[in-house]
Design a protein around this ligand. Structure first.
Ligand code: APR
Length: 174
């Protein structure tokens, strides 16, 4: 399983699944959530509303992940996950680790061979970029060890800024 770091806009990535740093409502927001909904088109929020009407009436809990189609995105699926919000006192790194591992597990269950992550919680949710990068790297390596036959071959970390890209490269020892 290859881990790659690149600077760019995750909505343009031609991978099987992109991960959305959503909020529990699943009904959109700012940051990468807003960008993904804009690029996917209105069918995405409708698919999320259907999840709220059926399997997730109370929304998506922090650390969990759920997939929808990608609609107008190049990616076939969007895997929505809710990162811990430091401003709400959610400071346990295990919650952030869970976002990465649950998203990878959902990707594997879909048969996705490639997945792209943003820097979950490193924006509006106020987590330190270096901590997010370290959690991301450790989760990727742990998943590779625990699920060698997952079918996931490529994990991209797509960072929106040069400085965030540098932070991830440093954390990954690249
Ligand atoms: N591609 C890749 N990364 C992006 C993009 C993009 N198009 N747009 C923003 N980012 C980056 C941000 O610069 C940040 O480094 O994604 C990272 C995560 O930031 P947020 O999107 O703010 O996500 P998060 O910190 O997890 O906060 C989630 O923000 O957008 C709302 O609805 C969302 O309430 C939720 C909260």
């Amino acid at each position: 399983m290859r881990l790659e770091i690149l600077q760019g806009d995750i909505t343009t990535r031609d991978v099987d699944a992109i991960v959305n740093a959503a909020n529990s409502s699943l009904l959109g927001g700012g940051g990468v959530d807003g960008a993904i909904h804009r690029a996917a088109g209105p069918a995405l929020v409708e698919a999320c509303r259907e999840l709220r009407r059926t399997s997730l009436p109370d929304g998506l809990p922090v650390g969990k992940a759920v997939a929808t189609p990608g609609f107008d995105l190049p990616a076939k699926w969007v895997i929505h996950t809710v990162g811990p919000n430091r401003h709400a006192g959610q400071t346990d790194p295990a919650l952030l680790t869970s976002c990465f591992l649950e998203s990878l597990g959902v990707a594997a269950s879909l048969g996705a061979r490639s997945i792209a992550f943003p820097a979950i919680s490193a924006g509006i949710y106020g987590w330190d970029a270096r901590e997010v990068a370290t959690v991301a790297f450790d989760a990727g390596r742990n998943f590779e060890r625990s699920s060698p036959d997952s079918g996931v071959e490529l994990v991209e970390f797509v960072l929106f800024s040069a400085e965030m890209t540098d932070v991830f490269r440093m954390a990954f020892g690249a």
